[in-house]
Design a protein around this ligand. Structure first.
Ligand code: SF4
Length: 187
């Protein structure tokens, strides 16, 4: 990976911090999925959430079929952090940024898989509810938690900010990547 070129790419976007991780260090924690099941109203309602994303074992295997990941945050400011609706309006910009990061890596010749924030809300009603395949598999990013990834742990481990003062939100994504064809070679 050409780091200088990557830095140049990153500098065009409001990326707050990023780290390039080895996929080996990314852990999947089954307990996170339990929290999704018990506490999240989106559980079982989109292809971006469990159980639509597959079992914990399948998610773990998917993550580790990639060699590296770009873990990054972007920043958004709202008038009131407790206003969930306003907070969620800032999410789309981060999702678009995640897509742009994935496209950049694909242009550099890598295969990518993106994990991002919350559940997917691209369609008015998710095809999951109709038992049909996802309508926009390239634009849809499952949330990090759906794959059992603990954002806080990675941020802590890598000395990244997890929370900022004031009415500022940090959104996180992980763009996993591998050399083209490497998955077939190692299978
Ligand atoms: S793109 Fe549409 S069909 Fe696919 S997960 Fe998102 S809401 Fe569901």
């Amino acid at each position: 990976m050409d780091l200088e070129k990557f830095e140049e790419f990153v500098s065009q976007y409001p990326i707050y911090e990023y780290r390039i991780l080895s996929a080996r260090e990314i852990q999947t924690v089954p307990r996170v999925r339990e929290i999704c099941r018990i506490e999240c109203e989106r559980y079982g309602s989109t292809w971006a959430c469990p159980p639509g994303v597959g079992t914990v074992e399948e998610c773990d295997k998917r993550i580790h079929s990639y060699t590296h990941g770009i873990f990054f945050s972007s920043v958004a400011e709202v008038s009131d952090l407790l206003n969930m609706e306003e907070m969620l309006t800032t999410r789309r910009a981060h999702e678009d940024l995640s897509t742009a990061m994935g496209e950049y890596m694909e242009e550099q010749g890598y295969e990518v898989f993106i994990l991002s924030t919350e559940s997917c809300d691209i369609c008015r009603e998710c095809a999951y509810k109709r038992g049909e395949p996802c309508v926009h598999p390239k634009r849809m990013h499952p949330c990090l938690e759906s794959h059992g990834v603990v954002v806080y742990d990675i941020a802590l481990e890598h000395g990244m900010e997890y929370q900022l003062d004031g009415n500022v939100i940090l959104w996180f994504s992980l763009v996993l990547f591998r050399e083209k064809g490497s998955a077939e070679k190692s299978a």
